[in-house]
Structure formats: structure tokens, C-alpha cells
Design a protein around this ligand. Structure first.
Ligand code: GLU
Length: 315
């Protein structure tokens, strides 16, 4: 009760502060320590600023969505004491919005049909995120006898830069490092890059706080925002949590799910991971006090300015 009162108190002036953040998990598995860190960091940065914090379920990639994962993530967040503003937004229900943005780009000649299979593109040089750079095969028209499968966004040459609130200035030459990227996939689904840009703008997100594993996607999102005439939110990329082998925690890397029975312990570990120096004993205290302390003491200056950090033992 006290916690709800306290959080409402923190949010009542949200409209006045103008800060609106979000957490946008993909329901491809249960919540692991890496997603807990992103949830906590984005929530605390919003609440400490007296802002709103929204929840969006990024289930746009239907083949990767795991049945039951979205409900499990929501239940875990609730058990951990997170409370979000408004209704959860589901990407799977927003396809007409993505279609509308895509059509605007198509009518303006900003996208083109591409016949290349994944295997054909896989032979190209690799970009910074390890994905192959698209060599521009279909940019000026489909090769004779080939049919379009996916639709790609036409990337202009030049640097796309932004000032990350934690990582500093980040620049990427999209054309050289990524190439024209897919907005509408061969399986008819819209790509994450388009969905996230449309949703962040329509939800009025002012601050995107997420893991640095997504930092290489940000220039693509900025390019789309510019072409669609959408505002650019502020970005803060928290260190991504990696396992002992240096891989991002995920279902693919068999990340362990957070322990629902010991929320204080996992939250205290996440606070420590984020450099917030929680007082000793917090893992054994009550949830209300932990949240109150965390919001009151949230300090961006203490965040480690790194792109990846190994998970603490046991996480
Ligand atoms: N859905 C993405 C993920 O779970 C996060 C996207 C974002 O925060 O922009 O990795």
C-alpha cells in the first residue's frame, strides 16, 4: 500500500516533468538477469525524474515468441514490485500502424523490394553487430527473373550520430557498416527497427533506457525517425549483461530466469550491477524499502560507462 502511494506520488507530476520512459521486453523466454537490469534501470531513471514508465510487449517477431512468456514476464515484474503507467501495449496488435508508416516510406520511394535470400546476403562482409552488411544488390531494381521477398530501407551515405546519456557520442556510417536494412520481412512481418520507432513516437517516449546490446540499432532507428519526421528521444544504453563466455544473456545462451521467490535479492544484485551501491542487507529487507531507497538514490553518475559487464555469480 505504502509503495503504491509512494509511486503515485512519484508519478503525479509526470506530465509536468515531461519524462516518459519504457521497458520493451521481447517475449522469447522468461525474464533473466539482463532483462531485469534493463527493466530496473529504465524504471528508476523515469521514476527518479518524476516521470512515467510504460510497458510494451515486443511480440512483433511472432516465430520467436514463446507461448506463455509474455504472461510470465508480466507476472515476474509484478512480483518484483514494478508498476507501470497505463495499459501494456502489444506490438502484435499494432500492425496497421506499422503498415501505415511503411506505406508512407514506400510512396516516397524510401524502400525497395529485395529478392535476396538470407543465404545470399550472408556471404557479404560483416557489420558491427556481426550481421552481414547488405551489398545493395536490389537497390536499383530486381535482378531479371527474380521476385521481391522483403522490403529494405534505402540508407543514405554519411554518419548517423547521437549523444548517448551514458556512453557518450556514438556515430555509425550506416551505408558502409549496415547497408539498406529490412523493414518488411519475407515472412510478411514488420521488422523490430520499424515497430520500435513507430511505437516510441506514438507512445510519446522521451527517454529510451535499454541495454547496450541495442546500441548498434540506434543509428538505424534515428535514420527512420528522420525520414518519417518523428521526434528523436534521448538514449541511455546501460551495460549489457554477458555470461562468462562474453555472450549476451538470452534464451539462446541458456540464461537462467530470475528467481521469483527472492525478488529483493535479484533487485539488489541488479542495483549493484548498475553501480548504485545498495546498502548491505537490502537483499534481506522488504520490497517497499528497497524500491523507496532505489528511487531516492538513483544516480546516473554511478552507472558504469561500459558496453558489457559479466553477470554476477549466481545470476
Ligand atoms: N525488445 C527488445 C529486447 O527485448 C528491446 C527493444 C528496445 O528496448 O528498444 O531486447
Amino acid at each position: 500500500m505504502a509503495l503504491r502511494y509512494y509511486r503515485n506520488m512519484m508519478t503525479k507530476d509526470a506530465a509536468a516533468t515531461g519524462y516518459r520512459g519504457r521497458f520493451a521486453p521481447s517475449p522469447t523466454g522468461s525474464l533473466h538477469f539482463g532483462s531485469l537490469v534493463a527493466a530496473l534501470g529504465s524504471c528508476l531513471d523515469a521514476r527518479a525524474a518524476g516521470g512515467e514508465w510504460l510497458l510494451r510487449m515486443e511480440d512483433v517477431d511472432e516465430p520467436r515468441t514463446m507461448p506463455g512468456a509474455a504472461a510470465a514476464i508480466l507476472a515476474t515484474l509484478e512480483r518484483f514490485g514494478f508498476s507501470w503507467d497505463g495499459e501494456v501495449v502489444w506490438q502484435s496488435r499494432r500492425k496497421p500502424r506499422y503498415r501505415a508508416a511503411f506505406e508512407r516510406l514506400r510512396l516516397a520511394g524510401e524502400v525497395f523490394a529485395c529478392a535476396c535470400t538470407r543465404r545470399e546476403v550472408a556471404d557479404s562482409a560483416l557489420g558491427p553487430d556481426g550481421a552481414p552488411r547488405y551489398p545493395g544488390t536490389c537497390r536499383d531494381g530486381l535482378p531479371p527473373g527474380r521476385e521481391g521477398r522483403a522490403w529494405r530501407f534505402r540508407v543514405e551515405p554519411g554518419q548517423f550520430c547521437f549523444d548517448d546519456l551514458l556512453q557518450g557520442r556514438i556515430c555509425q556510417d550506416l551505408a558502409a557498416e549496415v547497408g539498406d536494412f529490412v523493414l518488411l520481412r519475407a515472412d510478411g512481418l514488420f521488422a523490430y527497427q520499424l515497430a520500435v520507432v513507430v511505437d516510441d513516437a506514438e507512445q510519446g517516449i522521451t527517454h529510451v533506457v535499454r541495454g547496450a546490446d541495442l546500441i548498434d540499432s540506434t543509428p538505424r532507428q534515428i535514420a527512420l525517425q528522420e525520414r518519417l519526421g518523428l521526434p528523436r528521444p534521448a538514449y541511455l544504453h546501460l551495460p549489457a549483461v554477458v555470461n562468462a563466455a562474453g555472450e549476451k544473456l538470452s534464451k539462446q545462451t541458456r540464461a537462467r530466469e530470475v528467481d521469483d521467490l527472492r525478488p529483493q535479492s535479484a533487485l539488489a544484485s541488479a542495483l549493484a550491477f548498475l553501480g548504485q551501491q545498495p546498502p548491505e542487507g537490502m537483499a534481506d529487507g522488504d520490497l517497499d524499502s528497497l524500491w523507496r531507497w532505489a528511487i531516492m538514490h538513483w544516480n546516473r553518475d554511478r552507472l558504469p560507462r561500459r558496453r558489457r559487464i559479466a553477470a554476477p555469480a549466481g545470476c
